[in-house]
Design a protein around this ligand. Structure first.
Ligand SMILES: [Fe+2]
Length: 368
């Protein structure tokens, strides 16, 4: 049965073939090879199926999955470059009244797309570095001054990111000696039976005040309840429109979490119900687009992911429009600080990043 999600990728694939491969003055055997490579970019999509319990995907060897995802990334990158090439072609014909050098233009796109993809997939699949942030929190008690909050988000464990990646991330996070570890969503792309082994190293995360999390949209695509129970078994506490209060002497700090809107029940007000008064609130909300409402509810600092920082130029702009203008980095939203992480990784169907490195974040909180 034809998957409706396939229509757009199929059209992009067709555009790549017609606008990039056909104009090349290569031999047909070579062109056929290039067409097959571009077609392999949509092969993985044909393995994705909707089932009553969410998406289902055929388990693939890691290197094959990585190759197919890289080809999908190249297919998208080439299409973006081809749009630019075809705009230039229109102006060339209109104003220069000369024959457009179609072969060289298509060859340039092919080379640029291939080089960008190789570099971008390397960037997208490496274990990220640690980015440190010093954050002033109004009203933070002196006893919490210097509190170290580590955040990983959008790990997207799946056919590309497997156990060795998670082990390396956990090792880096523990080496920071964090006081608390926050994971605001998108742990996994896959079912518990396939991916539990890969996520197991999360059980080794260590922090004085524990590991707290909220759901991301991807948790809802695969056996949500199964994952919540499994991750709870790894020592991760989910804040489902709830908050936790951490204490140091007589002082308190609230850490709250909103359910991802995919649940149909995103409710920050409920998460903050009965929270102690005049105590700063750190809020985890997977998607940054609710920042304006969250600021009105009194959060001091919102930590989000979801956007993956846009991953590549052009997609950055689309991501910005879809997420209330928030893509990556720091924002001041009506006095509330919002940090949108570019993610510790990204969806394994498009494992490519240009000018947008992934990160493990470490926030050191300071009293203001
Ligand atoms: Fe994500």
């Amino acid at each position: 049965m034809f998957n409706p999600f396939m229509l757009v990728p199929c059209l992009i694939c067709l555009y790549d073939i017609l606008s990039m491969i056909f104009p090349l003055r290569f031999s047909w055997p070579l062109k056929t090879l290039l067409i097959l490579l571009i077609l392999s970019g949509i092969a993985k999509m044909f393995l994705l199926r909707m089932t009553p319990s969410g998406f289902s995907i055929l388990e693939l060897p890691r290197n094959l999955a990585l190759f197919l995802s890289a080809m999908f990334s190249m297919m998208i990158t080439a299409a973006i470059l081809l749009i630019m090439k075809d705009i230039v072609q229109v102006f060339w014909r209109l104003f220069l009244h000369a024959k457009f050098p179609a072969h060289y233009a298509s060859l340039t796109v092919l080379v640029l797309a291939a080089v960008s993809t190789v570099y971008g997939v390397y960037q997208g699949t490496r274990v990220p570095g640690v980015i440190r942030h010093d954050v002033k929190i109004p009203g933070l008690a002196k006893s919490f001054d210097g509190l170290r909050v580590a955040m990983i988000v959008d790990i997207h464990v799946g056919s590309v990111n497997r156990r060795p990646f998670v082990e390396s991330v956990v090792e880096k996070v523990n080496a920071l000696s964090p006081d608390v570890i926050l994971i605001p969503g998108d742990f996994v792309d896959g079912h518990v039976k396939d991916r539990k082994f890969d996520l197991e190293p999360l059980a080794d995360l260590r922090a004085k005040f524990g590991v707290l999390a909220v759901t991301g949209n991807h948790e809802y695509y695969y056996d949500l309840q199964g994952w919540l129970e499994t991750l709870k078994g790894f020592g991760i506490k989910f804040l489902n429109n709830e908050h936790a209060t951490i204490t140091s002497g007589d002082s308190q700090l609230v850490i709250a979490g909103s359910l991802d809107p995919t649940s149909g029940n995103h409710d920050t007000a409920r998460a903050l119900q009965n929270a102690p008064a005049n105590v700063p609130v750190i809020l985890m909300d997977h998607q940054p687009k609710f920042a304006n409402g969250n600021a009105k509810l009194g959060a001091s600092l919102q930590l989000s992911g979801h956007t993956h920082g846009g991953q590549i130029p052009v997609v950055y702009e689309i991501t910005r429009k879809l997420n209330g203008g928030f893509v990556r980095g720091w924002y001041d939203v009506d006095g509330m600080k919002l940090y949108v992480s570019p993610g510790t990784s990204q969806w394994d169907g498009f494992p490519m990043r240009l000018f947008d490195p992934s990160e493990i974040s470490l926030f050191t909180l300071h009293a203001e």
